[in-house]
Design a protein around this ligand. Structure first.
Ligand code: C2E
Ligand code: CA
Ligand code: CA
Ligand code: CA
Length: 279
């Protein structure tokens, strides 16, 4: 037992060492990624259920590592967050996404909105307001067509501070939505105090539709709460026609997911817009 215990321990420390090493490497590479132009945004359509028209897109970050290839955001964003690099990367995302929105508006898709993800560190950073204001001014876009997604788990700190920050950002005229809704533990009384426009139902609840009756009940409840508070609702992770028709019966306004389109390049999205958005 002692033997195996010790080898177990050694194995554990070796793992830890490798993981720590990889983390250090990842962080080092992230430091140079911005100036080496290794980031790119892809865009996933947000679609109105009733009309099947694209109302907006969500900007999603991609990192093309020169040696390791494509690294998914779930892997590098936590590292960017813990190292503080997310502030500079996030500012790049905001500026890039606003520039892209201007391009699509100029093509005639003037109703299109752009959803941008914010991380916790970014949200609580002092310069965020100025970063957003500058990007909107620099690209000359309508602020109301820019939407920021914050996750429910970010909203669990000091409520007064969060409410203040949200109101401050809202003075710019932008929209705010709450992402991954249902996975955190935000109290409904807090939700009422947040100046939100939209709730995004987390894809973990959409996955089980239409067969899982618990997921069905949760989705229905979230939609009812959202509507009673005056928020619009979007379901994420919609992959099948069956999921979509169930969401339609529950009066979900919009959806996002592979069923309609995966996140795509500017070129591919422009083609989709031509088909699904009247000029
Ligand atoms: P998220 O904000 O919840 O984004 C939705 C994720 O679900 C995206 O993964 C998207 O590609 C994926 N997805 C969309 N439709 C479907 C579907 O039908 N089925 C399935 N299985 N997945 C679907 P992605 O692009 O890998 O991003 C993962 C997460 O990384 C995002 O989750 C977000 O939390 C974070 N992220 C991405 N870009 C940014 C960014 O610019 N800034 C920050 N702070 N976080 C970002
Ligand atoms: Ca999101
Ligand atoms: Ca989400
Ligand atoms: Ca998510």
């Amino acid at each position: 037992a002692k033997e195996s215990g010790r080898s177990g321990y050694q194995f554990y420390t070796e793992q830890m060492h490798i993981d720590a090493q990889q983390l250090v490497e990842l962080e080092q590479d992230l430091r140079s990624a911005l100036k080496n132009n290794e980031f790119k945004l892809v865009y996933q359509p947000q679609v109105e259920l009733e009309t099947m028209q694209i109302t907006g897109v969500e900007a999603l970050l991609r990192w093309h590592h020169p040696q390791k290839g494509l690294i998914p955001p779930d892997k590098f964003i936590p590292v960017a967050e813990s190292s503080g690099l997310i502030v500079a990367i996030g500012a790049w995302v905001i500026n890039q996404a606003c520039g892209q929105l201007r391009y699509w508006h100029d093509l005639g898709f003037e109703q299109l909105s752009m959803a941008i993800n914010l991380s916790a560190r970014q949200f609580f950073q002092k310069d965020l307001f100025a970063t957003i204001a500058q990007a909107i001014a620099a690209h000359g876009i309508e602020a109301g067509k820019v939407e920021f997604e914050i996750t429910e788990s970010m909203m669990m700190r000091n409520i007064e501070e969060i409410v203040d920050r949200l109101h401050h950002i809202k003075t710019l005229g932008v929209q705010l939505s709450i992402d991954d809704f249902g996975t955190g533990y935000s109290s409904l009384s807090y939700l009422k105090r947040f100046p939100l426009n939209k709730i995004k139902i987390d894809r973990s609840f959409v996955r089980g539709l239409p067969d899982d009756s618990d997921d069905g009940a949760i989705v229905e409840a979230i939609i009812a709460i959202a509507h009673s508070l005056g928020f619009t609702v979007i379901a994420e992770g919609v992959e099948t026609a069956e999921q979509l028709s169930l969401l339609a019966t529950k009066r979900c306004g919009e959806f996002q997911g592979y069923y309609f389109s995966k996140p795509c390049s500017v070129q591919a999205l422009s083609a989709l817009l031509l088909e699904h958005l009247p000029k």
